[in-house]
Every structure is written in C-alpha cells, then in structure tokens.
Write a protein that binds this ligand. Sequence first.
Ligand SMILES: [Zn+2]
Length: 383
Amino acid sequence: MPLVKRGRKAVEQVPSFIGSEIYRGSSYGAWHPLRVPRVSTVMDLCRALGWLDRSQYLTSPRARPAALTHWHEPEYISALQRAEVRQAVSDAERDRFGLGTHSNPVYAEVFRRPATAAGGSLLAGELLARGGVVHHPAGGTHHGLPGRANGFCYLNDPVLGMLSLRRAGVRRIAYVDIDAHHPDGVELAFAADPDVLMISVHEERRWPFTGALDARAGGSAVNLPVPAGFNDTEMALVRETLILPLVERFRADAIVLQCGADAVEEDPLSHLALSNNAHWAVVAALRSLAPRYLVLGGGGYNPWSVGRLWSGVWAVLNGLEIPDRLPPTAEVVMRNLRWDGNRRGKSPPEHWFTTLRDTPRDGAIRDDVRARLAVLRHREGLS
Ligand SMILES: [Zn+2]
C-alpha cells in the first residue's frame, strides 16, 4: 500500500472508487426523479475514458441489518426489508416509517439498493482508517432519518460512513455538503458533537426547509442558504471565504464531501445556476486539508449532468485531464441515456453528449449573498 504522508498534508494514496452493478437499471418508478441512471453512467463513462482501472474499483458490499442499526432503528430496518419482500406496505407502516409514499416508494430493490450504498460508506470508513481518498458516488443520502425514509433517502449512508470512521479511530470530521438541499438527517445525527463540523450550502426556501442562516445544530453546523440563480462566482467566494477557512481551522482528521449534482443549472429539482466547474473546484480545494477524504454523491436528477459531474470528480481526485471532447466510446454512453418525462430530455443539447465540462457560469455576486457570508464569517470569528 502506498505511503500516506503524516499530519494534514496532501494524501498521496491512489484513490478508490466504490460502485456496484445494483444501481444499473434500478428505478424508483416511472414518474420518480430517481428513475434515471446515475452511478452506472459514471462507471461506464470513467471506464470508456480509461480512468477506472480494476485496481481502483471496489464493489460495494451490502450492509447487514446489524450494521445499519449503528444509527437506524431496528424496527425500521425490519420494515424496509419486509417492504422489499412483499413489494407493499401496510397503512400503519406507511405512516410510521414513511415508506410507500410518492417520495419514498416501494420499488424492486428498496432494501438492497440503499443497503448497498450504506455498505459502501461503511467500507469507506474502514478503508480510510490509514488515510486516503475514496469516491463513492452512490453515497450521499443525507436526508435519511433513524426510523423513517425521508426525501428519497431510506438510509443515511453519510452518517453511517462517519460513524464507521469513528470506529476506525478517526475523531475530527468535517462534513461539507454542496447539494441543493439541506442535510437534515446528518445534522440530526451530529448536532452538538464538538468533533464534527458540518457546513452546508443549499437553496433557500426549498424542502426540507431546515438549515436557516442562524441554525447551528448545537454549535456543530454552519448553514448558508443561497438564493435561486446562485452562480459560479458566488460559489467561489463562498468556497474561499467560508468553506476553506473553516475546514482548515478545524484541523479535521477526515473530510466527507457530499457532492450532490442537483445544484447545477440543468437540474430539474432546484433553481441554482452552478456549472460543474464549481463542484470540481470544491473537490480539489478540500483535498489537501485532511489526510482522509471521502467524496459522496447525493442529489442529481438530470442523467447527463449527474454523469458528467461525478465522472469529473473522479478525474479531479486522480489528477486526470478532462478532455475537451469525449472519445467516441464515452460519447456512446451519453447518447444512449434516456430521460423520459422531462422536456429537457426530448432534445438534449449536443454538449451533453460530447463533453464533461460545462461552460463556467460566472455572474455578479449579489448583495444578499455577501451579507449572509458576512454574518457567518463574523459569527465564526473569521472576520
Ligand atoms: Zn438534493
């Protein structure tokens, strides 16, 4: 195994990619935003680009129920398993566990798929015991609650991954979340934990309506709600004047980045206007700030923008050059994607097929973004 530099210097280890074939062809149902392929696209694209060597790829194990109850309630895990077997829930189970709803439907792999994503984050915690970098794009289900499905999330793999890091002896964890939605489940798990710093940048006035500017989770969280139209220039300011100084000062033993792909302009579920360059810049900047780095996926409901964004994350983590134009085998992966039931899927722009990198979406830094940043910087002693 390659050496890891001591202290909080850059990690020299070769990154690992955790994936699984269970995500290929799995769907939450014909009308659900999670009817689109995501992780399989990233795997196919990275392989077509020659970026996913077999030595770097790890098949995600499926977490056993006992491992899930490190945070989830045993009755809920039993109900989730039962739902998969029966492909149905009772009215009482729907009410109590949030299963079988429009958001959290019962589908074919309703236990196995989230248990595999949870298994990936548990494995990541073990792999990172000695340091390193892991990309687990199926992870990032940040809304999951101890005894309920919530916001398309049946289990909370970021929480399980962070608890896995803790069991591996890792103490101080910085959790950074740049998904369009606030990570209510993660915040619940680590509220008031002095060894966890949670930073979230999310769209204001959007479900789950938590994560207000003054919400601090017992002192462990820094929340920045941002207005619709949030652009690359604004994100760069947030990155440089809030995220990086806070993480650097925290002196984390591990960084967990939830890199949801629903904050880009083409996503159907939010109204932010980032390009994927904004995400990649955060991925790159955090890497040198701790000896352990876990990059998860998260939201993202446009199959092209998700595939392009998370494949680019893998390129950034490996120092690979992103080509201006995809090679033909990678282009085929993109041309074979379908997005039925959305107008953007009817005539996708050509660059979704032929490139990974978006055109940067720079813009003016709005006064309310500056004002909120100033509030947080002052409160956190950065100014
Ligand atoms: Zn989201």
